[in-house]
Design a protein around this ligand. Sequence first.
Ligand SMILES: [Zn+2]
Length: 414
Amino acid sequence: MKRAWLYARRSNDDDVTLESIENQLNIAREYCEKHGYKVAGESFDNHVTGMHFNREGIIQLTAMVEEGLLDAVIVKDLSRLGRHRTQTALFIDFLREYGVAVISATENLDTMKEEDDLLIGVRGVMNDYYAKDLANKIRAGYRQKQKAGLVIKPPFGYWKDKNTGMILLHPEASVTVRMIFSWYETDCGLKEIARRLNKLRRKTPGQIEDERCGKSGENYLWTNTTVKKILENECYTGLLLNHQTEIKNGKKTAVSEEKYIRHEGYFPVIIEREEWELVQGILRQIVRTAYGNKAVHRYAGLLFCGDCGNRFLPIVRHTQKKSRVEYICKSYQSYGREYCESHRIREEYLDNEVRQQAQKVYNRWLKELERTKMAMRLWELKRPKIKARVEELHRDVERLEEEIEEILMERMQG
Ligand SMILES: [Zn+2]
């Protein structure tokens, strides 16, 4: 489903009833419902001129765009977006770079449609601007806002007070975040955490988001992926990271970490930094289940079933206190008892076997080493004798050479 942002603006000289913020938003909401858009959020500017784009409501929407969270911006009519034709065209072009359409509900215009685009005249304006290389500078101007530490959509665990713009703890979700971290630290696996959260019917991020937009769905379930994302999110230490992606040649690209814009102490702290770091450590070293993960298990690929010849797969079993790795027959794992028995072997058992084997090999070589040392000692004892013998032989050789020489001389003289 396409994600839409609803935007409304009212200036001082607008007709009070016709252009009321609520009226504009209602029209946009109706449009979404009719055309199958999911409302990702809304913002508005009240008593604000449409001549510039430095408006709170626009800044909020820009941040969502840069996070890649939107497909369309819906306004009652285009003049709500802006009054200044060139500036509006530039802004529409900026959105297009991110693949975000501007849809005017009452004029039935879509900036992503070529004929509509011509009608609005965005292209004409843009051509002039590209020629002067101004478009890039203006784009950079929108991006500048991130440096000021702008919050887009608060992460799970927080909510934003629309009146003050303050980020506050979400009473239920922040407790859920705490639960997730503390369970994980006490050796509870991701799956088990998800199971517990579902059992306790803790609201999922999706559920809270839908409720915020006034929608109700069903079957909200926690999964290990959602749990993991929360465990990995640095925002709970108070950190806000901006500018994690940027648009290059119309494509969204990742920005290298050192270029992120960091705002420490931005969010109320839910998890202290040391605790968060600790959890990251566990996340990195933990062995995960074999399905589709890349973690290396010690015996993966080395074990085969004695009955069916299939591989043994590593799996992680979570118990109340800790988790352990087991290897089980793949045939049994995939197809069940009809294909093979539930052969399984614990990693610790294998570790033990390997340790014993290693000990045996070690002992054998230790004996071998002793024997060699003994032989060396024996040779050492014999050495002076042998040395004397060698010297003796050397002397013999010398004597014989002398004899040969003497004989030769005798012959030559004779
Ligand atoms: Zn088997």
